[in-house]
Design a protein around this ligand. Sequence first.
Ligand SMILES: N[C@@H](CCC(=O)N[C@@H](CS)C(=O)NCC(=O)O)C(=O)O
Length: 211
Amino acid sequence: MKLYGYWRSTSSYRLRIALSLKGLVPETVPVHLVRDGGEHRGDAYRRINPQRRVPSLRLDDGRVLIQSPAIIEYLEELYPDPPLLPPDPVDRARVRAVAAIIGCDIHPLHNVGPLDHLRRDLGHGEAEVVAWITRWISEGFEAIEALIDGDGYCFGTAPGLADIYLVPQVYAARRFAVPLDPFPRIGRAVALAEAHPAFQAAHPSRQPDAA
Ligand SMILES: N[C@@H](CCC(=O)N[C@@H](CS)C(=O)NCC(=O)O)C(=O)O
C-alpha cells in the first residue's frame, strides 16, 4: 500500500494512526500542501485524487481510496482486529459522533483552503484568522469534553475511532495556540493515547517529510 499524505495534515495523521493500530505500514508518499502553491493542486496528484486533498491510499492492486473516514472504515472492515469501534450499536454511534464533530464540524473550518480564503480573498489578518480557528475548535471541544468518558481513552480501556480523530485535532489546536485548559478530560484522553506506540509512530514529527 502507498499512503499519499502530508506530515502535519490532521486527516493524514488520523489515517496514519488507524493504519498503525492495525499493524499496517504502507509506503509513504509525501504530497507537499504548501510548497509551490501546493503539490496537491497539480495535475499529477489530481490523477490520483480528483478532489486534490490528502490523504489517499493506493492499494496493492492499484486502486486508490480517498477520504480518511471512508478509508478508516475500509480498514476496519478488512482488518477487524483490533476493533476501532465497540460492539454495542449505541456505543458505536456515540464514538462516531465524536469523530463526526471533528471530521465534519471542526476540521473543515480550519482547513488550508478556507483559511487561505479568509486571508487572501477576504483580507483578514492573522489575529482574526487565529480567533476564527480558536472559536470553532473550542466550541467543538466543549461538546466532546461532555461526551467522552473522562477517565482514560475517549471511550473504554483501548484506543478507538474517537481517539484517532481527537489526537490530531488536539495537535492542530496546539499549533494554533488554542487554550486547552478548559478541557481536562480531553487532555487526559490525549495524554494516554499519545503514550501508545501506534500513536507515537504516526506523529507528524516522525514522518519523512517533517520540516
Ligand atoms: N474529509 C477529508 C478532508 C481531507 C482534507 O481536506 N485534507 C486537507 C489536509 S488536512 C487538504 O488536503 N487540504 C488541502 C486544501 O484544502 O487545499 C478527509 O478526512 O480525508
